[in-house]
Design a protein around this ligand. Structure first.
Ligand SMILES: C[S@@+](CC[C@H](N)C(=O)[O-])C[C@H]1O[C@@H](n2cnc3c(N)ncnc32)[C@H](O)[C@@H]1O
Length: 220
């Protein structure tokens, strides 16, 4: 494929948003995903005192629940228009009050512009499943010096067996690839990327939508 993910195709967001498909852009499962993921975030240390950065937040499928749960919520995504569509159509009044629109930052390179350096926890759910390993490296490498108070990163990837070079069928049927979307990595690869970026990563055996695997990564 020419682009690392469908998101990178020219006009992708404009076309899908014009068709009213902001939920589909992030994979649907609008209620199921937060129902499964939110308790896991709490289990892995998210608290009401956290200043949370939601990387690749999309249409705020999780963000609409997370913003009222934490002390401060900031989000990035390759498309600010997608986040704004979620803000306009999916947030109730109380959540809008907790999430000013200027906390939604367009960022496709994991540079985290305009995000306060006081962030304590970062989340990237179902983002690196759509991008090559290089993006995980960039995201983690840039997080470390940018946010000195960061105590944990929670992210998901698709995994493939260690000795494996081709496509891999995940438990719920989706076929992932080492060299194109949807992307997989090996657990060793994830741990090495994290280590190079200054984190220790741990995989957790939760059942997640589409068979993706949750990792926590803590600064060394
Ligand atoms: C499957 S969606 C997940 C959205 C959100 N995390 C959730 O769980 O609802 C993947 C998201 O990654 C975003 N994305 C894709 N490439 C990106 C990049 N290079 N930088 C930041 N976000 C990106 C997409 O716009 C999309 O919103």
């Amino acid at each position: 494929m020419k682009h690392p993910s469908p998101y990178a195709a020219p006009g992708f967001y404009d076309d899908a948003l014009a068709k009213g498909r902001h939920r589909d852009i992030v994979g649907g499962r609008w209620d199921e995903t937060p129902r499964i993921v939110l308790p896991l975030l709490t289990q892995h240390g998210l608290t009401e005192t956290d200043l949370l950065l939601d990387i690749g937040a999309g249409a705020l499928r999780l963000g609409r629940h997370l913003a009222p749960m934490v002390a401060d919520y900031w989000a990035t995504d390759a498309s600010r228009a997608l986040m704004l569509k979620g803000w306009e159509t999916e947030l109730d009044e109380a959540c809008r009050n907790r999430l000013p629109q200027d906390h939604l930052i367009e960022d496709a390179t994991f540079a985290y512009p305009q995000i306060p350096d006081t962030i304590t926890l970062a989340l990237a759910f179902a983002v690196f499943t759509h991008l090559p390993a290089r993006s995980l490296y960039d995201a983690l490498t840039n997080l470390r010096p940018r946010f000195p108070n960061l105590r944990r990163v929670i992210f998901t990837v698709f995994l493939a067996p260690e000795i494996h070079t081709g496509p891999h069928r995940q438990k719920d049927g989706v076929v992932t690839h080492p060299d194109r979307f949807p992307w997989h990595m090996t657990e060793t690869q994830v741990r090495q990327i994290a280590e190079t970026a200054g984190f220790t990563a741990t995989a957790h055996p939760h059942r997640l939508p589409r068979g993706q695997v949750m990792f926590t990564a803590d600064p060394d």
